[in-house]
Design a protein around this ligand. Structure first.
Ligand code: FAS
Ligand code: PHB
Length: 391
């Protein structure tokens, strides 16, 4: 008999949601998290939840604050110097998205996990995974200078792009696919009202910009910067000036400036590791894939991986059914690759690349003009943005 049925590595959205999906199914788990609780709960990341993700938080009973404070959004704008078009996702798909920070999702899930007696070991250093090819894998780590060890039936590596899970997969079985972008997103969080009631994705000669939000009084903005850029080079004033330029005079009219409470640069990459399972080790979330945040898919893919893995583990423990465990990687990758494509395409449409010469610029201008005039093109964007179904 193992100490725990499932050892989860990482207390990000994937690990935390998986833990609560297992909890409500009566399956015990332990979470090993490298950072402190304060560090995890202070990270500023994603901002847009697909309906599927909201449904999963409802399923685990951790959506009260989300429903009270989250902002339902039925559309967003695509802006360029040639024009603006609102993608009416609600009207086109009958579904919407919810603006609610990943920071809040993480806090809600940690609070629920602990309140329900779940075990999260924070500040777990040097986590190592053992015997993943056997029927009795185990995990070890160091905490407060003490070596710790636990046996389990399964290991779910939800430990992000730099985690130990993917690194433990035998190199001979792992295939990776990657595209690094020559730019990143300089993000600012500020306690000022958003410049518009919905998100604005802007393609400008000078580069991409995104106007997002966290609440009616807290805004989240991004501008594209070269990969080599350093956040120290950007005063608040320089950021606000650049954002206003890229949004254009009409959309910037509603821009309220204020002191940044967080300012950082996130690199952009597309990445997928296949397969997402080896023996008793399963990968979920950023541990297996990364998308450029343009399509707001990262957090939502982490949630759908957690749901698929939870369903497979529940089937195994409820009826000894191993089919879903065997099929987890292929099922998750089918949805992941479609989100990778959308995120890659949207990034290519909205950003300035070093090779964006006059012809490439004309192609972007022409595609945006086509989208502005085509219900079919807008439908394609809308159905990807609200999230493709979990099949
Ligand atoms: P996470 O990376 O969130 O969580 C992994 C957890 O594992 C972390 O808490 C980490 O501390 C822990 N861990 C790592 N190694 C470990 C080890 N060896 N032992 C124990 N624990 C370990 N997505 C969007 O949709 N929109 C955005 O705007 C957006 N912005 C982003 C900005 C940044 C700077 C980054 C890095 C990502 C951003 N993302 C965005 C993507 C992001 O939201 C991820 O998709 C999401 O956090 C994925 O969740 P997890 O898979 O749980 O991984
Ligand atoms: C955010 O609010 O952080 C956000 C929103 C939409 C995106 C990316 C980031 O596509």
């Amino acid at each position: 008999m193992s100490d725990y049925r499932v050892a989860i590595i990482g207390a990000g959205p994937a690990g935390l949601l998986l833990s609560q999906l297992l909890h409500v199914a009566g399956i015990d788990f332990v979470i090993l998290e490298r950072r402190t609780r304060e560090y995890v709960e202070s990270r500023i990341r994603a901002g847009v939840l697909e309906g599927t993700t909201v449904g999963l938080l409802d399923r685990v009973g951790v959506a009260d604050r989300l429903h009270a404070e989250g902002l339902p959004h039925g559309g967003f704008a695509l802006a360029s110097e040639e024009g603006v078009v609102r993608i009416d996702v609600a009207g086109l798909t009958g579904r919407s998205v919810t603006v609610y920070g990943q920071t809040e999702v993480t806090r809600d899930l940690i609070e629920a996990c602990i309140a329900r007696g779940g075990r999260i070991e924070f500040a777990a250093e040097d986590v190592a995974l053992h015997d993943i090819d056997s029927a009795s894998p185990s995990v070890s780590w160091r905490q407060d200078g003490v070596e710790r060890h636990l046996s389990c039936d399964f290991i779910a590596a939800c430990d992000g792009y730099h985690g130990v899970g993917r690194a433990t997969m035998p190199p001979a079985v792992l295939r990776t696919f990657e595209r690094e972008y020559p730019f990143g997103w300089l993000g600012v969080l500020a306690d000022v009202p958003p410049c518009d009631h919905e998100l604005i994705y802007a393609n400008h000669e000078r580069g991409f910009a995104l106007a997002s939000m966290r609440s009616p009084t807290r805004s989240r903005y991004y501008v594209q910067v070269p990969s080599s850029e350093r956040v120290e080079n950007w005063s608040d004033e320089r950021f606000w000036d650049e954002l206003a330029l890229r949004l254009g005079p009409d959309l910037a009219r509603g821009l309220v400036r204020g002191p940044s409470i967080e300012k950082s640069i996130a690199p952009l990459r597309s990445f997928v590791a296949e397969p997402m399972r080896h023996g008793r080790l399963f990968l979920a979330g950023d541990a297996a894939h990364i998308v450029p945040p343009t399509g707001a898919k990262g957090l939502n893919l982490a949630a759908s991986d957690a749901a698929m893995l939870a369903d497979a583990l529940i089937a195994f423990y409820a009826r000894g059914d191993t089919a879903a465990l065997e099929g987890y990687s292929a099922r998750a990758l089918a949805r992941i690759w479609k989100a990778e494509r959308f995120s890659w395409w949207f990034t290519g449409l909205m950003h300035r690349f070093p090779e964006t010469d006059a012809f490439a610029r004309r192609m972007q201008v022409a595609e945006l003009a086509y989208i502005r005039g085509s219900a079919a093109a807008q439908m394609s964007i809308a159905e990807n943005y609200v999230g493709l179904p979990l099949e």
